[in-house]
Design a protein around this ligand. Structure first.
Ligand SMILES: Nc1ncnc2c1ncn2[C@@H]1O[C@H](COP(=O)(O)OP(=O)(O)O)[C@@H](O)[C@H]1O
Ligand code: SF4
Ligand SMILES: [Mg+2]
Length: 393
């Protein structure tokens, strides 16, 4: 196969980067995107906010990864660090690597990074109206992507823009190409943003809460569209959301974030069937279900911590119904691999998965307690203390 050089020096799939010192990459070499120990902090007057704390995850071609967590958990900052659009200062990447096709984006010179941004890795945001230019028609704005980046002439670029508008299911696309952003509904504007993001055939699309401002039916339609486009193009998709219900049908895997850390990572159906972290369990309980009686919905009590003052031990401990003394002291429970692509950062993951974890303070029937020797991964003294406080094995 002939060598094909990308302007940014990062080879596309099946192509060879020119021998400029840039790495040659093929799908067999590793993940499309491989984030390793990413750390980001914001240095503010209020103190240093540890917005991302050693987050590691990956995305493969044709895969959909959801990043889930409440507001302020570090989801958008993760995307901004990957894209190189962090608000800096006050935000700084303080550690880690972001490998895209084997090349660490954090080490790329800004001119090469700019070429990756938008063309190779595209992003859409919650607020489509503010991302679109109010004084140009949407057809012109999409066509501009083809003119500037692909060198198409005016009429070819317009034809491509209309084709894309049709693909994202905008009715009467040829006529509507002449409309301005404010003449579209929120859902249609988000479709236009998706069309613009896809104009340059990105290899990764990051969608940051793309449907949060939309009503439930439109949310589902946009998610379905993203899923279809992802399957058609084979791109990698990162869906950022605070609402697990929205991404369930589209995502393959989910990373759950809390206070700047990944606390659970799993295939979507495993996570739904058996959450391995109490925070995930709480998020699942707060999704409305059709079979649910009104008023039954349980939100997780309390609020996520201020990231300048993260509690010692497990950051979730002040809100966790299962919290024990061990949870309130450092070290932070590490993200432990459980097999089958799952990992969780809780001292009591195995008990939770076995359905034997009971809320702190509740009495545990003595007959169901198991000798401490069977608890392989914790010190016997810790375990004894935990059992006394009411955790069943
Ligand atoms: N521009 C900023 N200035 C100061 N702190 C910020 C800024 N952006 C983000 N942060 C910090 O990073 C944390 C995570 O933010 P973000 O990733 O936007 O949360 P979300 O999960 O809601 O997308 C915030 O709680 C805040 O502490
Ligand atoms: S480590 Fe403790 S506080 Fe944290 S989630 Fe697990 S049980 Fe709850
Ligand atoms: Mg956000």
């Amino acid at each position: 196969m002939a060598a094909k050089k990308s302007d940014d020096g990062i080879g596309r799939v099946g192509t060879l980067a020119e021998p400029t010192g840039m790495q040659v990459w093929s799908p067999n070499d590793g993940h499309l995107l491989d984030v390793q120990n990413l750390a980001v902090e914001f240095r503010t007057r209020d103190g240093v906010a540890k917005a991302i704390n050693r987050a590691s995850f990956h995305l493969d071609q044709g895969e959909s990864l959801a990043i889930l967590g409440e507001s302020g958990s570090g989801k958008s900052v993760t995307a901004q660090a990957i894209m190189g659009i962090l608000d800096s200062p006050p935000g700084f990447v303080t550690g880690g690597q972001v490998f895209f096709r084997g090349v660490d984006l954090l080490k790329l010179p800004e001119d090469q990074r700019r070429m990756v941004r938008g063309q190779r890795i595209a992003m859409i945001f919650q607020d489509a109206l503010s991302a679109l230019n109010p004084v140009f028609t949407v057809g012109w704005q999409i066509a501009e992507m083809f003119r500037v980046h692909k060198g198409l002439n005016k009429s070819d670029a317009r034809a491509e823009a209309i084709r894309l508008m049709e693909r994202v299911n905008i009715p009467a696309a040829a006529q509507r190409a002449g409309n301005f952003p404010h003449q579209f509904s929120g859902g249609m504007r988000q479709r236009i943003m998706i069309a613009m993001a896809l104009a340059l055939d990105p290899e990764i699309l990051i969608a940051d809460e793309p449907t949060t401002a939309l009503d439930v039916t439109v949310q589902a339609q946009i998610m379905e569209l993203l899923g279809e486009l992802q399957a058609e193009t084979g791109m990698g998709l990162i869906l950022i959301t605070h609402d697990l219900g929205v991404v369930a049908d589209v995502a393959d895997r989910i990373n759950v974030m809390y206070a700047g850390r990944i606390v659970e990572a799993a295939e979507v159906h495993d996570l739904y069937a058996h959450p391995a972290h109490p925070y995930t369990e709480g998020l699942l309980e707060s999704i409305p279900r059709l079979d649910q009686v009104a008023g039954e919905l349980k939100a997780i009590g309390g609020l996520p911590p201020n990231l300048t003052r993260i509690p010692a031990g497990c950051a979730f401990n002040p809100r966790c119904r299962y919290a024990q003394d061990i949870c309130r002291v450092d070290p932070v429970p590490p993200l432990v691999e459980l097999g089958g692509g799952r990992s969780s950062a809780c001292h009591f993951t195995h008990e939770l998965l076995a359905g034997k974890l009971v809320p702190a303070g509740k009495l545990v029937p003595a007959a169901t307690q198991v000798p401490t020797a069977t608890r392989a991964n914790r010190a016997a003294s810790e375990v004894a203390a935990v059992i006394e406080e009411g955790i069943d094995e």
